[in-house]
Design a protein around this ligand. Structure first.
Ligand SMILES: [Zn+2]
Ligand SMILES: [Zn+2]
Length: 125
């Protein structure tokens, strides 16, 4: 009566980085969307106030861009991970822990004491 109800499915390819280890991520995303596009002459006749939230038909055409973009953005993972239990990077050396599950260091040196190690190695008179 007042417009055209559009229902659809869209497929999109995602590219991003794991928030923990920066590994590139590629995923396929499928979203569904539904939006009512109101006839613009109806809105004119009602003298409705400007409302950017309302999608309108323009000369019998509808512009899906905003609807699609909103649907895809909402479906994006807030914190994309390469795997659900990604262990991230080693805080000491930056190695990707998923690649080296057994990665360890000798007892970590407190950065505040690191300068002393240097002194120790310098020859003393
Ligand atoms: Zn990761
Ligand atoms: Zn390390």
């Amino acid at each position: 009566m007042e417009g055209v109800l559009v229902t659809g499915t869209a497929k999109a390819g995602l590219e991003g980085e794991c928030v923990r280890c920066l590994e590139p991520i590629r995923e396929d995303l499928e979203v569904t969307f539904q939006e009512l596009f109101v006839y613009d002459d109806i809105r004119d006749s009602e003298g409705a106030e400007e409302d950017d939230e309302v999608s309108m038909l323009q000369d019998d055409l509808l512009d899906l861009e905003t609807v699609l973009r909103d649907a895809v953005v909402l479906a994006l993972p807030f914190q994309p991970l390469c795997q659900d239990d990604c262990p991230g990077l080693c805080p000491e050396c930056g190695v990707r822990l998923a690649d080296e599950p057994d990665h360890t260091h000798e007892a970590a040196i407190d950065p505040r004491w690191a300068a002393l190690t240097k002194l120790e190695q310098e020859p003393t008179d």
